[in-house]
Design a protein around this ligand. Structure first.
Ligand code: SF4
Length: 301
């Protein structure tokens, strides 16, 4: 069950030009805060920064602007390529990297802290296994997402990335197909892809690499849409798992807004809302969610 705010706020005039709000009860999704992979990546980066060495994140360590600001304040620099690093420590992001990037870090003799989530490492191992066994590797995911860029580095030459049913309907018939997924893809999309690939290939091998933590977060969103009449999803605009929660709430007929910070919550969204549901992506810290709740209560009270 979603978790209700202890307070129910009453209406009051909100100032000139702003709508008058009604009673708003705030509900939190039953799954919220960092997943274990994000928690590990942030803690490893902070520990490296505390050591006093020059620390570089190879890409945003997790897709959340507040975390990026927090790490930048501790002197952590985000770089896009190993070429930009001249000494110090390189922290590999939760989404992982392709083998050639790891080789480049080693070739430069840089100290490396590997914050790749254990579930992403598992997906990389399975992807390599499929390629080594001679399967054409089909990856369900967004081609330019860092996790997918990492996975394709393990998929050998014969691989293809698909994200939509239109894309996988265009796949040719094949002898041996191996299927894996970006961790944050919706489980129903993975099931549909596997069913289709099974129909067009003589032999299919599947590793289900959809992250169980994101599935639980999606289930919590579904529950919340049943309880609240407006959903606010909090997280980085570039966070794949956060965007999936927004899509899911909208697919279930709820109005859903995607915000990164409490300040983005608009008073007019709350006009006529009785129960506001708040849920965050896997890289959204709890304190940001609490700030959103406090702003909702301040706008209503
Ligand atoms: S969402 Fe899942 S795969 Fe991604 S970092 Fe969190 S636990 Fe790992």
């Amino acid at each position: 069950m979603p978790i209700a705010s202890p307070e129910v706020k009453t209406a009051s005039p909100c100032g000139p030009g702003l709508p008058r709000l009604g009673f708003v009860q705030v509900l939190f999704g039953r799954e919220n805060g960092f997943c274990f992979g994000v928690k590990k990546a942030v803690e490893l980066t902070e520990a490296a920064a505390e050591s006093g060495r020059k620390v570089h994140n190879l890409g945003q360590v997790v897709h959340n602007p507040k975390i990026s600001e927090r790490l930048a304040a501790r002197g952590v620099k985000v770089v896009q390529s190993v070429d930009e690093v001249e000494g110090g420590v390189v922290v590999i992001r939760a989404h992982g990297i392709p083998p050639e990037t790891r080789a480049a870090i080693e070739a430069k003799g840089l100290e490396c802290v590997d914050a790749t989530c254990s579930l992403v490492l598992r997906a990389q191992r399975f992807t390599k296994q499929l390629a080594d066994e001679g399967y054409r590797v089909i990856i369900l995911g967004t081609a330019n997402h860092p996790e997918v860029i990492g996975l394709r580095g393990f998929a050998g030459k014969d691989h293809v990335i698909v994200e939509t049913s239109e894309e996988w309907q265009r796949l040719p018939k094949m002898k041996r197909a191996g299927v894996v997924s970006q961790s944050t893809q919706p489980p129903w999309a993975f099931r549909d892809l596997v069913a289709h690939v099974t129909a067009i290939s003589q032999e299919t091998k599947v590793f289900n690499t959809v992250c169980p933590v994101t599935i639980k977060r999606q289930e919590a969103t579904t529950e919340l849409t049943g309880e609240a009449d407006l959903i606010v999803v909090v997280g980085g605009k570039n966070s794949a798992n956060t965007r999936e929660l927004v899509n899911l709430a909208r697919m279930q007929g709820r109005t859903a807004h995607h915000i990164e910070h409490a300040a983005e919550l608009k008073a007019e969204w709350l006009a006529g809302t009785e129960r506001l549901g708040i849920i965050g992506g896997c890289s959204t810290p709890m304190d940001t969610l609490i700030e959103v709740r406090e702003r909702a209560e301040a706008l209503a009270g």
